[in-house]
Design a protein around this ligand. Structure first.
Ligand code: PNS
Length: 165
């Protein structure tokens, strides 16, 4: 089992600069970071998994040690299948803490060989999330600087029919 590979799970619908900051910082600690997209059609995602993969590929194209993958079912099962033992999580404002702490404890209950490792987000991304960015974009709000340019273009295209706030 390699402790040098971290699995960074999420919906990434879409990837934000906050996610990218966590990935880039994790790459200074771990040999490899696997960005693992949960394939969960029940959540009514804005983008298809193929779109999400394309946007992440473009955002991490210069990072040879970043890999993109998808998974279904329990995260701990996926992590074990990958032969990894580290789940990487970004931690933002206080509201994130309780939910992510609860999830880390549940994951630990299910597999004690897997460690959840948290990186505190940079202050710049403390209050941003894919959800709030999508909401702003849906009303024509300016979200530049919060997501990679390509994601910004894709969001604008998705919401091009929406009215400006
Ligand atoms: O913090 P997020 O982005 O809402 O978490 C998303 C993700 C994908 C990490 C989480 O929903 C997940 O791991 N889902 C897979 C099912 C699972 O293992 N849940 C955790 C314990 S029941």
């Amino acid at each position: 089992m390699s402790s040098h590979m971290a699995i960074y799970p999420g919906f990434f619908d879409p990837i934000t600069n906050g996610h990218l900051s966590i990935i880039n910082r994790a790459l200074t600690i771990f040999d490899k970071v696997v960005i693992a997209i949960l394939n969960n059609p029940q959540k009514d995602p804005l983008f298809t998994v193929d779109d999400l993969i394309r946007m992440i590929e473009s955002a991490v194209k210069n990072e040879a040690n970043a890999e993109i993958d998808t998974f279904d079912g329990l995260l701990v099962d996926y992590v074990a299948r990958r032969g990894a033992n580290v789940i990487l999580r970004g931690l933002r404002a206080l509201s994130d803490f309780e939910y992510k702490f609860q999830m880390a404890l549940m994951n630990r209950k299910m597999d004690r060989n897997i460690q959840s490792v948290f990186l505190m987000t940079d202050y710049k991304w403390f209050y941003t999330s894919s959800t709030i960015i999508k909401e702003a974009a849906s009303f024509g709000g300016d979200i530049s600087g919060l997501v990679p340019d390509e994601v910004n273009i894709k969001l604008k295209a998705k919401f091009s029919g929406a009215k400006k706030a």
